[in-house]
Design a protein around this ligand. Structure first.
Ligand code: SF4
Length: 95
């Protein structure tokens, strides 16, 4: 039996996006000067972080799995992460 790939497993989750409030806020200067940008891009299993055309760190918070890894690897002051407001965020499913 073939196990589903990571993208296939992630695709079964449901996300309720909070368009009024982002639960991830990045200080671009601190993130850039401390090497946090690359750590965030490397650690996030959902691909939430990327570098935009202007070189700034972009955050696609709607895909966040709420694992908290990014908050653990970011330099102090580079990232403010908290759980989404009640009723928003990821809803895990068992396939
Ligand atoms: Fe990515 Fe996890 Fe951070 Fe969400 S909490 S942005 S899934 S590393």
């Amino acid at each position: 039996m073939k196990l589903p790939s990571l993208p296939e497993r992630l695709a079964v989750n449901r996300f309720v996006t909070d368009d009024e409030s982002c639960h991830i806020v990045v200080d671009q200067e601190i993130a850039r000067s401390t090497g946090t940008v690359q750590r965030l891009i490397s650690c996030c299993p959902a691909g939430v972080y990327s570098v935009g055309a202007d070189g700034s760190l972009e955050v696609e918070h709607a895909a966040c799995l709420e694992c908290g890894t990014c908050a653990a690897v970011a330099a102090p002051g580079a990232l403010r992460w908290e759980y989404p407001r009640g009723g928003f965020g990821v809803q895990f499913r068992d396939g």
